[in-house]
Each structure stands twice: as C-alpha cells, then as structure tokens.
Design a protein around this ligand. Structure first.
Ligand SMILES: [Zn+2]
Length: 132
C-alpha cells in the first residue's frame, strides 16, 4: 500500500468538508451528519453532505454527483468528515468504495488508519480485488 503525504491542499480539503458539514448539520433531526469534499485534477473543489431517507445517499456519493453534474470527470482526492470520529475523519463505506473505484480508479482518499493516524491512500488499496 502506498501512503501519500498529506499536503496543505489536503488540509484545506478537510477544512472545507468540515465547513460544509457545519453549515448543513441538522441538529433537530440528526440529519446531514457527514460532509465530504473532492478535489479534481484541475484543482476545482466540490463539497456536499449526506442525505438520509429510505434509500439515503452518503456524502461521498452526493459530492461526486455534484462534481460530475458540473462536468468534472478527473478526480484527485476525496475526504469525508463526521463530528464524532477521530480526527473528524470517516472512512468511506463499501458502497462508496465501489462507486469511487468505478468513477475514479486513481482517486486518493484521506482517512484514519487503524491507529487513527491521518493517511492518504489510493482507492484501489481500499477495495482490493474490486469488481470493475
Ligand atoms: Zn458511503
């Protein structure tokens, strides 16, 4: 597994995801509890929050959907955040890992390792033997 350096841009990406979460967090219904931000290879950044419902959608899904709807196709790095998680980072669920590897097989993900160190790794390392 390759570990990429956490850059200043990555720290800004985390801050933006947290800002999007704080702006939209629904304290009454405990809704919109996860924020995400993605940086495209062209440097543009998009962010979003999860939407709950019978078939709710994770923040990563919403964020990639926003970026794709804006015409983006090449993604560099994504991060998802939650207020109550170590380092405020949340690991993408299995469904999001599959979506990410299909949309952007070279994307890197910022998350905690098993000792809660902040790391950045490629999506292929988060979903070995993926169905593509
Ligand atoms: Zn997910």
């Amino acid at each position: 597994m390759i570990f990429y350096e956490i850059s200043e841009e990555d720290k800004e990406l985390i801050k933006l995801a947290l800002s999007k979460l704080e702006t939209n967090y629904d304290r009454e219904k405990y809704n919109h509890t996860v924020g995400a931000a993605v940086r495209c290879k062209n440097g543009r950044i998009y962010s979003g929050v999860d939407c709950n419902g019978i078939h709710g959608s994770c923040a990563e899904y919403i964020t990639i959907g926003i970026a794709v709807s804006a015409g983006e196709r090449d993604f560099d790095t994504i991060v998802a955040v939650h207020r109550d998680h170590p380092n405020k980072l949340i690991s993408p669920c299995g469904n999001c890992r599959q979506m990410l590897i299909e949309y952007c097989p070279d994307i890197k993900v910022i998350l905690n390792d098993n000792e809660n160190n902040v790391v950045k790794v490629g999506i292929k390392d988060l979903l070995p033997f993926a169905c593509l």
